[in-house]
Design a protein around this ligand. Structure first.
Ligand code: SF4
Length: 393
């Protein structure tokens, strides 16, 4: 039986950094899921000055810096506050995270609801740290697979809809104000009915109240952002959700970039997504920069790799170098996990490699904690097994 990984019940932030294998992890929540290009450059400067120079994009559309020390954390926080990357009020970080659908437009329902919720944030109930809210009020929801406990979406009839995670149907509301009112009320119901014990809405077993009937279907899911041209700019991918600060700076800063077009001068903002992709707004030429994924056919888009060793103290193996070695080797989904917790992918993958006691287990069509077909392999042995499996197909 595989050893149980340690599970921490809280989400790190900037004011509450988490100790990891390579120092403190500081997580920044971009307001409205967007940063100006100047803020992105500031974040890159912060990563290099106060951390290891790596920036990660999480599955909840947060950006995190690694390798921060006890000594560098105070000046880092002052820098992040100065550039409005973090609120100067630590309590603001305790409010649930708002994840906005990418490519929202100023004044549309997604933006309006987010603004209302920012104004009325203190009226939301105080909930467990992992609880989040998806504002996905375009014509068709696209954040359906992304972690959120409460969702504001569009119904098949075009009405706004408030839906609790775990329910296929939600409650139709009349307008943006009503959506926010309903959401605030739902958060108080969640807490009053034992939400703190459940931790997440999906695990909450209390029946929904009469005033929040689950009786209206959301519109069928829409398309996620494809890489390449977009009506708002360009979409690029981050390999395994990670980018070096100088690479990201190059993407948004024409002065230092080896870019092929001066059009990148116009990048106004960067929208973060939960899919390891960034939307560079007002960019009309895709940057040719090593360290960014530019093509939808790139095999790394079908691969998940958690930070692994030395970045996570629960990992006994390095994951990302192995993921790079496997790039293009295997058809279908690939998951490299530093331990059985499987942070990078909760669903099964065609091939999964899970670290255990410094060696790898090989799992076929399973999750990081599924039964392996081979176990206790060195990296080279694991590569041999995978090569043979690929050749036999
Ligand atoms: S899956 Fe990876 S990131 Fe998650 S705890 Fe294990 S080693 Fe750490």
């Amino acid at each position: 039986m595989l050893p149980s990984p340690r599970i921490k019940g809280w989400c790190p932030g900037a004011w509450r950094p988490m100790a990891t294998g390579d120092g403190l992890l500081v997580r920044v929540r971009p307001s409205l899921s967007q940063l100006s290009s100047q803020q992105v450059v500031a974040l890159c400067d912060a990563a290099e000055t106060f951390g290891s120079g790596l920036i990660e994009l999480t599955s909840r559309a947060n950006l995190q810096l690694r390798g921060v020390t006890d000594a560098s954390w105070p000046p880092l926080m002052a820098f992040l506050v100065e550039h409005q990357l973090v609120s100067d009020d630590p309590e603001a970080e305790r409010q649930p995270q708002l994840m906005l659908v990418p490519a929202w437009q100023k004044g549309d329902d997604t933006h309006t609801i987010a603004r209302l919720l920012q104004t009325r944030g203190s009226e939301l109930a105080t909930m467990p740290g992992k609880v989040g809210i998806a504002i996905d009020a375009g014509n068709a929801p696209v954040l359906v697979d992304s972690a959120a406990d409460f969702r504001i979406e569009r119904s098949t009839e075009g009405d706004l809809l408030v839906r609790a995670d775990g329910y296929a149907l939600g409650t139709a509301v009349s307008d943006t104000d009503a959506a926010v009112e309903q959401l605030i009320r739902l958060t108080h119901w969640f807490v009053a009915t034992g939400g703190w014990d459940a931790g997440r809405m999906r695990r909450h077993t209390a029946p929904l109240p009469d005033w929040a009937p689950a009786d209206t279907a959301p519109a069928p899911p829409g398309e996620k952002l494809a890489l390449g041209e977009h009506r708002e700019g360009m979409v690029v991918g981050l390999p395994f959700g990670r980018v070096a600060a100088d690479t990201l700076r190059e993407a948004v800063s024409p002065v230092s970039g080896s870019l092929t077009s001066a059009s990148l001068v116009n990048i106004s903002a960067v929208q973060v997504t939960p899919w390891r992709r960034l939307l560079l707004q007002d960019c009309d030429t895709l940057p040719a920069i090593d360290g960014l994924i530019r093509h939808n056919s790139d095999p790394r888009l079908a691969m998940n790799a958690c930070p692994g060793a030395p970045y996570c103290e629960q990992a006994s193996v390095a994951t990302q170098p192995l993921a790079e070695k496997l790039n293009g080797w295997v058809e279908g989904t690939v998951h490299i996990s530093g331990c059985a917790k499987g942070c990078a992918r909760q669903r099964p993958a065609a091939l999964c490699l899970t670290g255990r006691d410094g060696r790898f287990d090989v799992i076929i069509n399973g999750r990081a904690d599924s039964a392996p077909v081979k176990s206790g392999l060195t990296e080279n042995e694991a590569l041999d097994v995978i090569k043979k499996l690929s050749e036999s197909r």
